[in-house]
Design a protein around this ligand. Structure first.
Ligand code: BGC
Length: 896
């Protein structure tokens, strides 16, 4: 008997209840005791009742035995699925020898609201907002590229409604969208543990609703309460005012059902949250609390009636919510001035703090946040720029009071308390780290402590910048979806986290930002509408989609965006002149000692991305079977490549622009064409050599790259035979290097290579230079996919003289991939795990021709190929210091 499939997922989630596509896709993972196994067939059954599965009959879909190796994203093709229903499915498989498994345990999925007409509820809000009596007062302050908005004196609003449930309930779901942000409460308790919901979008195009199973929270008499915060749903970003829609659908055991809606009958009040804004912080007056407001039988006759208002288009928020993932305790607390207490968490992170305080009524505690500290021990808030980042709590004067904000977040390491009654202790505050809670799928670890620390800083920085959109930074007056930052780390993010849903949603945001002429904005959602995007920023659209396809074998995203990609490429084409693109603004943004590179021409970077995107688009056309487009755009890519070389390839063995005064060789200008094999063959060697020479000489093994070059340089050096130079560069500790940042105390990745602690561009928590993490997985652990969906991949670790071991685990869409190598005395060991259905090329390093290679206890190579077929290992070739084998699934231990 072979084992049944496990980890059943529908649209990437194990038991989703918010599916709003009529054709959800199913995936599963396989295990087998034998090596070299794969699936030859599967059978999926989908039913409306769990009990039907037990009898192995599906009333909705029974695929029968389907001959196929595929176990990823199999699209539903049964009877129509209905809104608000739950469904059950299971699957079995046949291995390559046609042995049949039993059925898996069953899994379920729930449909959300498929049709617009399923929404019976109305959007509601505060009458004063509608009448423009209490306008959301915004202080506008212009600067740089856009507007930095602050919100002051704007209360959050509290909305409530009571209802009865008189019969026995079979199922109850609640659908809600509350903009900017909502907190949902039912019968006195917060429902769920989501923060800053819903996910940000361009609300004028689409707003997202979340789905909650509330069956366990309902009683005979119920009260639903919702607090609405401002978030970005304010005039500054092109919206009118906060608003809410809720729909509760209850099914009773007697077959009847009931819907409870937002409508004119809801009541509204202001409450203790006096101010709230993303950048501003929150002001909470506990004296204004309304005990019982979210419980039944609350006296709300003094509350206002709500107004029914115009709403937004809705879609289900099928992505991981923002949740607290770690409680942080302060490392120390000091008092640099009387009445001022500074806490140090020892780690830069995103979130807020929970305050514990006891004191007289009306006493006001002020909490401020910063990434840095001054020499005198007080906060250095320079990196917050104009964002006030201040929470204020006014005590009601009871025993111990506990407060945490609702609708704001901060990026910080240090916290300042003033106005605290008495002397606060270390545990007067607790930090909460939160972010979009994407599952961790990758782990990397090696014998070099500096590399481990860089990796750890990247993980903190990456998570800090996942706030339902990929943000540039979490602390200052931006926190926007800057797409250059997003695209440049998208592969790093996918190696570390399951990003399928997060990026699928973000691609939709990008699509919605596209103008008729095909252009997209630098910032998406376009809360700063900056059109057209710098091509390195705009490339996020095609680059992220391509990675989704590559890592998750997802063709649907390519289909859904195909026409928009094409429109974007056409936009680039229309704005180019002789295939050179000059619409860039940032280029290789933030290399050492400047913001805009002095050595890498912006046009070069823009035109390179134009080539990159056109080339990928031609591949997408091919995958989708559009041969005409494929031919057209591959030709186009060739023309761009020729133009690129004509314009930027100098006879002085380097890519540069003659007009540049700095004559030092630009790393990025040479790395980019090398990375896409654009350099004419007869000149490749000289370009590579001059790059290497400059790195060794002029740059003394330091990076001189901005966000673009940093992404590619280590990989280009490695692929071209210089991994040890890449290693030397990444392990630098003098300026400019990531090691230098760490030496200077960084616990995340800085925006700039320089230590900058006064005003300007100086975020301590930007993720863009974190793209180097891919090199750790792909080179030090050596795991690199060769075909989409991990069907085939390579394990080729680079064994640095300097290191004793490295290991990486990847919970890929196909299952666990593992690569771990270790030097011990004179022996070398490489352990790998290959998931069922995958083929891998394993490159086992050898010291010299005479060192035999074993797998387990069997010699599998000693200068000659041996008969290793019985072990599921085939000799492929001998390349330099490696012997290459082809292997199938299973666990292997190679030694030499
Ligand atoms: C952001 C960046 C962004 C850039 C655009 C900055 O202010 O923080 O990370 O990509 O502007 O040049």
């Amino acid at each position: 008997m072979i084992k049944p499939p496990y980890k059943l997922r529908c649209e990437y989630v194990e038991n989703p209840i918010e599916i709003d596509t009529p054709f959800p896709r199913f995936s599963w993972i396989l295990e087998h005791e034998q090596r070299n196994q794969s699936q030859s067939a599967y059978q999926i059954i989908v039913s409306s009742e769990e009990s039907l599965l037990n009898s192995e009959k599906g009333d909705l879909w029974d695929t029968g035995k389907i001959i196929s190796e595929n176990n990823i994203n199999i699209e539903y093709n049964g009877k129509p699925l209905k809104s608000n229903e739950m469904y059950f499915w299971h699957v079995k498989w046949w291995d390559k020898d046609n042995s049949e498994s039993s059925f898996s345990r069953f899994s379920s999925f729930g449909m959300a609201l498929l049709e617009k007409s399923d929404w019976k509820s109305k959007w509601i809000s505060k009458k004063d907002f509608v009448d423009k009596k209490t306008r959301i007062s915004l202080q506008y302050k212009s600067g740089g590229v856009g507007l930095f908005g602050r919100l002051k004196e704007v209360n959050a609003i509290y909305l409530r409604k009571e209802f009865n449930v008189e019969k026995q309930i079979e199922a109850a779901k609640l659908y809600i969208s509350g903009l900017g942000y909502y907190e949902l409460r039912l019968n006195g308790k917060k429902i769920g543990d989501r923060i800053l919901e819903p996910a940000q979008t361009d609300y004028n195009k689409i707003a997202l609703y979340s789905t909650y199973d509330i069956i366990d929270h309902l009683q005979e008499r119920n009260a639903i309460g919702v607090i609405l915060g401002n978030g970005r749903c304010v005039e500054l970003y092109g919206y009118d005012f906060p608003k809410l829609i809720v729909q509760i659908q209850i099914q009773y055991t007697d077959g009847t059902s009931e819907i409870i809606c937002t409508d004119e009958s809801w009541k509204l009040s202001t409450g203790p949250i006096l101010e709230n804004g993303i950048y501003y912080g929150e002001k909470f007056d506990a004296r204004l609390e309304m005990p019982g407001w979210d419980n039944p039988n609350f006296e709300d006759s003094a509350w206002d009636n709500v107004s029914v208002v115009e709403g937004y288009n809705l879609a289900s928020q099928l992505m991981q919510p923002i949740q607290i993932t770690k409680v942080m305790t302060p490392q120390k607390v000091e008092s640099p001035q009387p009445g001022m207490y500074i806490y140090d968490f020892g780690q830069n992170f995103t979130g807020f703090i929970r305050l514990k305080v006891q004191g007289p009524r009306g006493c006001q505690v002020k909490v401020r946040f910063a990434e840095l500290i001054k020499e005198d021990g007080t906060l250095n808030t320079a990196t917050n720029r104009s964002a006030p980042v201040t929470d204020i709590y006014i005590l009601k004067g009871e025993r111990e009071e506990i407060y945490q904000p609702h609708f704001t977040y901060h990026g910080f390491r240090y916290v300042e308390l003033t106005g605290f009654p008495g002397v606060p202790s270390k545990d007067s505050i607790e930090g909460y780290f939160f972010h979009s809670n994407v599952p961790k799928v990758g782990e990397f670890f090696c014998s070099n402590e500096l590399i481990n620390k860089i990796h750890t800083n990247i993980i903190w920085g990456q998570l800090s910048n996942l706030m339902s959109i990929p943000t540039d930074c979490p602390q200052r007056d931006e926190r926007h979806g800057w797409m250059g930052d997003a695209q440049i780390v998208s592969e790093e993010a996918m190696l570390n986290f399951d990003m399928a849903l997060f990026y699928t949603k973000y691609l939709r945001d990008i699509q919605l930002s596209q103008k008729e002429d095909g252009s997209i904005s630098d910032v998406v959602p376009p809360h700063w509408p900056i059109y057209p995007a710098d091509p390195a920023w705009g490339s996020a659209y095609i680059t992220i989609a391509w990675h989704i396809y590559w890592y998750y074998s997802d063709i649907r995203v390519l289909k859904e965006h195909y026409e928009s990609f094409k429109l974007y490429i056409e936009f680039l084409s229309n704005t180019s002149k002789d295939n050179i693109l000059s619409i860039g603004k940032y280029g290789d943004w933030c290399p050492p000692m400047c913001i805009v590179s002095k050595r890498t021409p912006i046009d070069l970077v823009s035109t390179w991305y134009y080539y990159h995107d056109t080339l990928i688009f031609s591949k997408i056309a091919k995958i989708l079977g559009n041969d005409k487009d494929c031919t057209y755009y591959s030709e186009k890519a060739k023309e761009i490549k020729d133009a690129f070389n004509r314009e930027f390839l100098m006879h002085t063995y380097k890519y540069i622009k003659v007009s540049f005064t700095d004559r030092a060789i630009s790393q990025t200008s040479n790395v980019l064409p090398l990375s896409l094999n654009m350099v004419p063959e007869n000149r490749e060697k000289e370009i590579l050599n001059s790059l290497i020479e400059a790195i060794r000489g002029h740059y003394d093994y330091h990076m001189d790259t901005g966000l673009v070059g940093t992404r590619y340089i280590l990989e280009v050096l490695t692929e071209n035979g210089y991994p040890e130079i890449a290693y030397k560069m990444i392990t630098q500790t003098s300026f400019p290097s990531l090691g230098y940042m760490i030496k200077e105390g960084a616990t995340t990745i800085w925006e700039r290579w320089e230590k900058l602690e006064s005003s300007g561009m100086n975020s301590q928590n930007h993720i863009m230079l974190g793209s180097v993490d891919t090199w750790f997985y792909k080179t030090l652990a050596g795991i690199k996919s060769l075909t989409p969906g991990w069907k085939t991949f390579r394990i080729k670790p680079f064994i640095s003289e300097d290191m004793n071991y490295a290991q990486a685990k990847l919970n890929s869409i196909k299952g666990l991939i593992y690569s771990a190598w270790e030097k011990k005395d004179l022996n070398f060991k490489l352990t790998v795990i290959i998931p069922v259905g995958c083929d891998a090329e394993v490159w086992v390093p050898i010291k010299d021709e005479n060192s035999p290679i074993k797998e387990g206890d069997t010699v599998i190579w000693d200068r000659e190929e041996r008969g290793t077929g019985h072990l599921g290992i085939t000799f492929k070739s001998k390349e330099d210091n490696y012997v290459v084998f082809n292997i199938g699934s299973g666990y292997y231990e190679f030694s030499s």
